[in-house]
Design a protein around this ligand. Structure first.
Ligand SMILES: [Mg+2]
Length: 172
């Protein structure tokens, strides 16, 4: 089975530079995402979100805040098979925190029928590309972060402006 792994901030919702989405009011879903996911559900057997949320580790928000944010997100974009997050601080070097692949391995444990080599990671950062590459997935860069594609072209298999462009053009 094919899975689609999605980064959250900068892919599904507006990235808040040098800050975190700390409550549902700060969540701003990007245009076209609900439509994109509708298309993606036809091409992928499972859809996951994998998101680093060290705002929790820093004490800026709680697990309950994150749950409320994700409830609002799902209301807006439709069902997601599972949302994985890592609350650890960057400096803790958690195996769950991207670019480490703990969350991908967790998904494979939770859904043993998925094959990572047939799966795709979509993200907007080098961290996401490295995560996808290390987990053996195809990597898709979206958004305006062109430095990743320029500096680390070996990490980026495909590139699209938005998740909707990816969803409309992707053929597995
Ligand atoms: Mg991101």
């Amino acid at each position: 089975m094919r899975a689609l792994f999605l980064d959250r901030d900068g892919v599904l919702n507006v990235l808040r530079p040098d800050d975190y989405v700390k409550n549902p009011d700060e969540l701003e879903v990007l245009p076209g995402v609900a439509e994109a996911l509708e298309l993606c559900r036809k091409q992928f057997d499972r859809i996951f979100i994998v998101t680093n949320q060290q705002g929790i580790g820093k004490g800026l928000m709680t697990e309950a805040d994150l749950e409320a944010i994700h409830r609002k997100l799902v209301e807006s974009i439709g069902p997601i098979d599972r949302i994985y997050h890592c609350p650890a601080l960057k400096r803790e070097h958690s195996f769950r925190r991207k670019p480490n692949i703990g969350m991908a391995l967790q998904a494979r444990r939770d859904f043993p029928d998925i094959r990572l080599k047939d799966s795709v990671m979509v993200g907007d950062s080098e961290t996401d590309m490295l995560f996808g590459r290390r987990a053996g997935m195809k990597t898709v860069l979206v958004g305006n972060n062109s430095t990743v594609a320029t500096d680390q072209p070996h990490l980026v298999d495909y590139r699209y402006s938005t998740l909707l462009d990816f969803a409309q053009q992707w053929r597995s």
